[in-house]
Design a protein around this ligand. Structure first.
Ligand code: PEP
Ligand code: MG
Length: 344
């Protein structure tokens, strides 16, 4: 179809107007709570990759940071960052959040994230290999440097520690043992830290989702990492273009695992969040509300849209939707149902 310049300019103008309208509409959701029409409240937090992202978190009035990917300190350096460098960085971020929650995820290196100076082994299947907490439990000194920095910084804000790639109770217990050792060392040196700092884990391996009830008894919160959970559930490498159609959050197995994580958390009386991309997807949010997710952590740019979306929902309808979807047997069926729900 050939367009005249005049027609093209008219279209651009219309789009521009629409965007301005949407922006003005979203402004109304700043500093509001994320609450459904029938009064069900959830929390909306932001995912960040370093201090450069703080301003946008504040501008979008996120209720805190649900995932700080601490890798930025390691990726941007020529060598391992020192305890002091890490402490300063975490403290600065915590202070700029003015007592809003800051969840620091411990080092999640390996998989698709390489560190030249670390000389990680070449692996046939890096996503199934030496990564994240597996490295930290193997190189305890490396882990302790980061834990000391986080704990020391916890005296200056409202912080929580989150452990990536937990697959078993043994790993969680071992991790907590190391955290307790570091705490004891700090106490002996009379260095202040938050004695009540919460320790949570990411649920991003199907094994963890399936034993969520057991894991929940021994930690303070969950955050579901759908980016990895999907790839491990359907055995589709994230980012592999060739098979990207198979990588889907609509797969009934993924939804059952999310439910298992949320139910496991609630049965043990802890909260369950999500910091994978799915948490910020407006199509998916009604399902997550229906399944009972307590906290949504997403790209800052999605916060206001998600808040608006949630304010238009009824928890009761979302619960019915979730019950219906849990009986479905294909990703296509789930996706179509969510699309119809969005239009209703
Ligand atoms: C996830 O796996 O969903 C997640 C949030 O972590 P990352 O994308 O950093 O692996
Ligand atoms: Mg992950």
């Amino acid at each position: 179809m050939i367009q005249t310049l005049e027609e093209a300019l008219k279209k651009i103008n219309e789009l521009d107007q629409k965007n301005k309208q949407l922006e003005a509409e979203l402004e109304k959701y700043k500093n509001k709570k994320a609450i459904t029409k029938d009064g069900h409240q959830v929390e909306l937090l932001a995912n960040i990759g370093g201090p450069q992202d703080i301003q946008i978190v504040i501008d979008n009035t996120a209720e805190g940071v649900g995932l700080l990917r601490s890798e930025f300190l390691y990726m941007d350096a020529k060598d391992f960052p020192s305890e002091e460098e890490q402490f300063e960085a975490y403290k600065k971020i915590a202070e700029s959040l003015e007592n809003k929650r800051l969840v620091i995820r411990t080092l999640d290196i390996g998989g698709d994230k390489d560190l030249k100076y670390m000389k990680l082994p070449k692996e046939e299947n890096p996503f199934l290999g030496y990564r994240a907490i597996r490295i930290c439990l193997d190189d305890i000194n490396l882990f302790k440097v980061q834990l000391r920095a986080i704990l020391k910084a916890s005296a200056f804000g409202n912080m929580a520690i989150m452990i990536p790639m937990i697959s078993s109770l043994e790993e969680l217990r071992k991790t907590k043992e190391i955290i307790n050792e570091v705490k004891e060392e700090l106490r002996k040196k009379k260095i202040k830290f938050d004695e009540n700092i919460k320790i949570g884990i990411m649920i991003e391996i199907p094994a963890a989702a399936l034993i969520a009830d057991e894991l929940a008894k021994e930690c303070d919160f969950f955050s579901i990492g759908t980016n990895d959970l999907i790839q491990y559930t359907v055995a589709v490498e994230r980012g592999n273009e060739k098979i990207s159609k198979l990588y889907t959050k609509f797969h009934p197995a993924v939804i059952k695992l999310i439910k298992s994580a949320i139910d496991g958390a609630h049965d043990a009386g802890i909260f369950c969040g999500m910091c994978g991309e799915a948490a910020g997807d407006e199509l998916y949010i009604p399902l997550l509300i229906g399944l009972g997710l307590d906290e949504f952590s997403m790209n800052s740019n999605s916060i206001l849209k998600a808040r608006k979306k949630i304010s238009e929902l009824e928890k009761f309808d979302c619960k019915e939707l979730a019950d219906e979807i849990l009986k479905m047997t294909s990703a296509e069926e789930v996706e179509n149902r969510l699309k119809r729900f969005a239009q209703s």
